[in-house]
Design a protein around this ligand. Structure first.
Ligand SMILES: *Cc1c(COP(=O)(O)O)cnc(C)c1O
Length: 399
């Protein structure tokens, strides 16, 4: 037998052991975590829609009229009219011919890659892409090639190099996060789109953190760059982040969406998401689109956070999104700071290897439109106090 216990012990010794805290309240700017009330800067509920009365009511009402579970997979008899309506709304929202709803972003990414890519194909991925995109390539049996983060020139060189190696029947893909989940920065979609087109590779963008937050009406990073379906053929979005519900979607040309319905195993061999989730998402999508003040307020918080933490001497990352990591370096130091902040009633997660590269542990602050300026004051005060008392300074922050 493998030494499972030894590997666990090693995790503990490295300061990398992960513990789950128990949430005893709705997600929001103030939560109960492990029985303690605290101010919360860890959620992906960027627009504060998780507990919005209209979204809650839509879900409750849908449960009363449609029941709770879908009761079957989409291709058997679980494809409810609520799913169908949501797919139409998402196609319209993203300006695409068609959209397909999945039970999670993880499943959507496995689905799109496993269905479209196959043995002999090459999938070029940004080094910092989400784990589900890497796992999707494993499921597809295609060959994974990782390019340096956000480096379109390196990608171009790799695509060129691969030209002689690939057979005429093999397809190449370029896959990137729109907004990088642990860094908060944006992929250079304009340049990646041009490179992909030039080399006849299919570009897929996972915009889990972009939809709702970026672009006009919250139409994500593709819209932020002013790109079209021709530039970025396929987009993946999640519903459990800014939209406040659960699940995910893939949107693009009808032909490819039809193909996914036939061939995406993570779509086919799973129970459909509860129809009430789809009904609630129809409401949160409308709120996300129409209530522009949420994005405006969020942007004001982001600008303030960056200005004031930089003044305190924290190391920021190149992010203009609600994901605002403070680079610490050492994994134990990041954990300790996270604990110290919790002691002050503020929840900020420490992100450590293997989620991020060795030596780049960080405090990952996420801001939401449900935070007030007074909430931000409280976070900044605590960060100021920790900065001077623990000495999390520029020099102390290297691993
Ligand atoms: C969160 C996330 C996913 C997974 O989405 P879930 O709906 O939580 O499974 C996929 N890709 C990226 C970039 C993400 O941040």
């Amino acid at each position: 037998m493998r030494d499972w216990a030894g590997r666990l012990e090693q995790r503990r010794e490295q300061g990398l052991y992960r513990k789950r805290q128990v949430l005893g309240s709705p997600q929001g700017p103030r939560v109960r975590l492990d029985g303690q009330s605290c101010l919360n800067f860890c959620s992906n509920d960027y627009l504060g829609l998780v507990n919005h009365p209209q979204v809650v009511e839509a879900m409750a009402e849908a449960c009363r009229t449609m029941g709770v579970g879908a009761g079957a997979s989409h291709l058997v008899c679980g494809h409810h009219q609520a799913h169908h309506a949501l797919e139409h709304a998402l196609a319209e929202f993203t300006g695409r011919e068609a959209a397909l709803v999945f039970s999670s972003g993880y499943a959507a990414n496995l689905g799109v890659l496993a269905a479209l890519a196959t043995r002999g194909d090459l999938v070029f991925q940004d080094r910092l892409n989400h784990a589900s995109l890497l796992d999707g390539v494993l499921l597809s049996r295609a060959t994974l090639k990782r390019f340096p983060h956000a480096d379109h020139q390196a990608l171009k060189a790799m695509l060129k190099d691969s030209e002689s190696a690939v057979s005429s029947s093999s397809q190449r893909f370029v896959v990137t996060d729109g907004v990088f989940s642990m860094d908060g920065d944006l992929a250079p979609l304009d340049e990646l789109g041009a490179v992909a087109k030039e080399h006849d590779a299919l570009l897929i963008v996972d915009d889990a953190h972009g939809y709702g937050v970026l672009g006009s009406g919250g139409r994500g990073s593709v819209s932020h760059y002013g790109l079209s379906e021709e530039d970025v053929p396929l987009v993946v979005g999640t519903l459990g982040k800014a939209l406040g519900t659960a699940g995910a979607f893939i949107a693009g040309p009808r032909l490819l969406i039809d193909y996914l319905v036939q061939f995406a195993r993570p779509y086919i061999y799973t129970t459909a998401m509860p129809p009430a989730i789809a009904a609630a998402t129809l409401v949160s999508l409308r709120l996300a689109e129409d209530e522009v003040w949420r994005r405006d307020h969020l942007q004001a918080l982001i600008v303030r956070f960056r200005k004031e933490t930089a003044a305190l001497g924290y190391r920021l990352m190149a992010s203009s999104t609600p994901i605002q990591p403070l680079l610490i370096g050492d994994a134990r130091e990041a954990s300790r700071l996270s604990q110290a902040l919790l002691g002050r009633g503020i929840a900020v997660s420490a992100i450590r290897p293997p989620t991020v590269p060795e030596g780049s542990a960080r405090l990952r602050v996420t801001l939401t439109s449900a935070h007030s300026h007074a909430d931000l004051d409280q976070l900044l005060d605590a960060l100021a106090a920790e900065q001077s008392s623990i000495g999390c300074s520029q020099t102390g922050a290297t691993a």
